[in-house]
Write a protein that binds this ligand. Sequence first.
Ligand SMILES: [Zn+2]
Length: 380
Amino acid sequence: MLIPSSWLGTAADKYDLVLKGGRVIDPSARLDAIRDVAISNGRIAAIGASVAGTSINTVDAHGKLVVPGLIDIHTHAGRSAESAGLLLKDGVTGWIDAGTQGADHISDIVAIARSSLQQGRVLINIGRAGLLSDGDTMDLARADVSAARDAIAKNREYIVGVKARLSRDVAGQNDYEVLRRAQEVAKSFNLPVMIHMGQTISPLPKLLALLKRGDIVTHMFAPPPNSIVDDSGHILPEVLAARARGIWFDVGNGVTGHMRWDTVEMIMKQGFLPDTISTDWNVNSPTTGVIDLPNCMSKLLNYGMSVSQAVACATINASRTFAVFKNRGTLKVGAPADIALLDLREGKFEYVDNFNNKITGSQRFFPAGSVLEGKWFPRA
Ligand SMILES: [Zn+2]
């Protein structure tokens, strides 16, 4: 039976949890209104201005935003067993480790993903030794197609894509060939490739030509050389064409070389908004300019993005990038009850880019609690 999302329930209904009176923002349903959200058996059971019935637990959400659980598609959560719990406190109910490890040590990351409270999945680095301070694929032999294929074949459930880091200090002259090999691996399993763009040796259009529908470009705000804008600040026609053929553009906030406010402004002014907002998070992020995903979402509010657009980037849009997040990123009745409670505060908030430039904004999202498959996790 199809239950309309306006279903209010009856006095006889019994729920496990009700979030009462919050401002529910669910871009998947174009909803932005004060609502109660009722949960039963780990799923959204009813949403309405006032849900009738009784509930075992109630959370007072007055004054808070109630949004679908946040999905962070570019993290390095796989580095630590603590990551999952820390991310859940930030409202993150699904994460992707984007290329921390390659074939040689992929089982370390897969083990972390497997033990994660929330859905955690892995992109395998095409460089078989994973992240290296002297460059993952500076030695082209490390971009080992058969080693990556073997690793994926052994971990089909947890490896959901291939990561190719292409900056000059990571891949050097090999950027194009590294990406070609990443696609060769991905093609065997029908998986997406995520590229780490910015400061490459090859021009970006040459690299974009190798991308297919469903692939992801992370670090989209990277400043020149080889950013998504030309010398006069216009979005490259090849970038617009890439978006038109179904390639996603992701923020990948990070700390080194990925984000500079002048480049962000130039891109946002032209209406080229990100599809997804991600952090490039690791356990040290709370002490850097990243802090958490809600903070990274807040930054774009200073460049013309609405609250609802920022929420969409970390919920419904993010859920579309990897099949594992199908049915997530939404509060539709029947969906798994993954929810982030956020506090949208007004004031003066400082945001720092990757070059220590600071801006002051008037709004910031703070995490205030999470629901994972119907279970309430307070922030404190
Ligand atoms: Zn990263």
